[in-house]
Design a protein around this ligand. Sequence first.
Ligand code: ADP
Length: 263
Amino acid sequence: IGARCIPFRDRLNRNLGSVTLLHDITALKKVNQLKSNFVSMVAHEIKSPLNSILMQLKVILDGLAGDLTDKQKEILQRSSERIKSLTKLSSELLDLSKIESGLINQEREELDLVELIKDQVAGYQDTVDAESTQLTVKETKNQIHMLGNRTNIEEVVSNLISNAIRYSPNGGKITVWADENSDGVVIKVSDTGLGIPEQDLGNIFDRFFRVKNKETRYINGTGLGLAIVKSIVEAHHGTIEVQSRKGEGTCFSVYFPKPEYKI
Ligand code: ADP
């Protein structure tokens, strides 16, 4: 049931009563569930054939099926990259439909955000060019605890770091840190990359939205990463904010309220 309550007040703002509208949204929920199931089924079904095509391309690229000319190698390389993008798209669609249908990992455990962030940053350290990109964890406290689902919170941090790297094509400074105060904990990922144009800031958490300009044209992506991040954050009762200036850089802040009980 969807409910909406409209209060009635007199000129002195005294409460006279209210009208409550109740909508039966069962059909809408069913359609959404069907849509979610369909997307998840299609995404799942295309994942294995894509993987097998990728393996076969690798066999040919490695020269195990005969010698290749440079041109043939280049074409196969490009095809492999396309297949990898499709695999990423189907994984992200699967993630999103899992989250939407409430199948997001429910188990919560005590997490140390300082350790979790350090692990994620270490995982990306080898993927960046150390000459041009400085990827570091800013020291704050020794430990910062929260109650959350490890896989999901790792996905949030990993997505934000991966974006910071991808949207800093000329390198720069990427800094990741966690902090806490009496209200809760915060995770921040800041970069000195391309930045986001002001008119696009309101749309970046929408599914399939991608900033389109000459700087981002050659950066691959699905437009689903931040939608997934936002859904996970909200499933943990948190919020996400972005501050960005085109040409200067971006900083994402993820806030989680303190759990009611002490860890
Ligand atoms: P994807 O990166 O796959 O396109 P996302 O949902 O992760 O999808 O991001 C949506 C859009 O937001 C991106 O296409 C990009 O234009 C912009 N964006 C996200 N993170 C950053 C960042 N750190 N710096 C600049 N732009 C970003």
